[in-house]
Design a protein around this ligand. Structure first.
Ligand code: HSE
Length: 307
């Protein structure tokens, strides 16, 4: 860490919690995100010099604890943008969100670093600037905006302006199943075509509208069709063994709708009840393809990330 440039700290310690998020929800590729009740907690303590990072929980074995750490790098971006930096930092990450899972662990890391840095410097960035910086680092806005606001978000860019709609949804429950299979987001994005047929674009546009209405109303009955997608899931399905079987089994077991979570490899299913049966059915789909899986039954998180 470079030496102190300016001493402009408002507080010397801050802790924030940021939730897991599931992006896309089927048709809302790169624009819809939903926060789930699973969180990462990050504490920043300002110290005299140096950088000390400790990671507990998910990713403790693999997340770097040097200057390449994503929480730290994201905080650094804010320090650089604002022109002030603490002399040294101790960072403690306590993670519940599995890494490389499609549950927004990188968005949570980016956002928690930015929120911590913003708090230490006395909030030089407003909410919109925080989200714009987080999206710049993350590459797409769906996970960071829903992690920030909680609940459901619809995000898009108009030129350089990030537009975010925070959509109120009733309490709903989501089954999440994560196969023991490594699928880097970069690979899952590389599998997508440059161009899609107009009929597929219309298919998705109509379903995004229906999906937002259905989620706002807590209308499980509409989800089966509203969560269908032709822009990314058909291409990614070929990369994830057991995904097609897990989709089919989820619906047979009573899921109202099922989708790939973000770029995968985890899957999500919405249902008003029978959550355990759906969870087991999806796990069996992956097991039939030779993959073990972890799973959670999670409520939606409705509240804004704490700073
Ligand atoms: N919307 C992104 C994607 C989410 O599907 O690639 C990745 O976390």
């Amino acid at each position: 860490m470079s030496p102190l440039r300016f001493n402009y700290l408002m507080v010397s310690s801050t802790t924030n919690t940021v939730p897991a998020t599931t992006a896309n929800l089927g048709p809302g590729f790169d624009c819809l995100g939903l926060a789930l009740d699973m969180t990462n907690q990050v504490t920043f303590n300002v110290i005299g010099a140096g950088l000390f990072i400790e990671v507990q929980g998910e990713g403790a074995e693999s997340i770097p604890t040097d200057e390449t750490n994503l929480v730290f790098k994201s905080a650094e971006r804010l320090f650089e943008q604002v022109g002030h930096r603490p002399p040294g930092l101790q960072i403690v990450q306590n993670n519940q969100i599995p890494i490389s899972s499609g549950l927004g662990s990188s968005a949570a890391a980016v956002l928690s670093g930015i929120l911590a840095a913003n708090t230490l410097l006395g909030f030089p960035l407003n909410d919109g600037e925080v989200l714009t910086l987080a999206t710049e680092i993350e590459g797409h806005p769906d996970n960071v905006t829903s992690a920030f606001y909680g609940g459901l978000t619809l995000s898009m860019f108009n030129g350089d302006d990030l537009i975010v709609e925070h959509i109120l949804v009733p309490d709903m429950t989501v089954v999440v199943v994560l196969p023991a299979f490594d699928l880097p987001t970069i690979e899952a994005r590389a599998a997508l075509p440059e161009l899609v047929p107009l009929s597929d674009a219309i298919f998705n546009a109509s379903r995004v509208g229906l999906l937002v209405r259905a989620l706002e109303a807590g209308d499980y009955g509409r989800l089966r069709f509203a969560m269908q997608d032709r822009l990314h899931q058909p291409y990614r399905m070929m990369l994830i063994p057991g995904m097609e079987a897990a989709f089919k089994r989820a619906l047979e077991a009573g899921a109202a709708g099922v989708a790939l979570s973000g770029a995968g490899p985890s899957l999500i299913a919405f249902a008003p009840d029978r959550h355990e049966a759906i969870e087991q059915a999806m796990k069996k789909g992956f097991a039939a393809a030779g993959l073990e899986s972890r799973s959670w039954i999670l409520p939606i998180v409705q509240k804004k990330s704490s700073q």
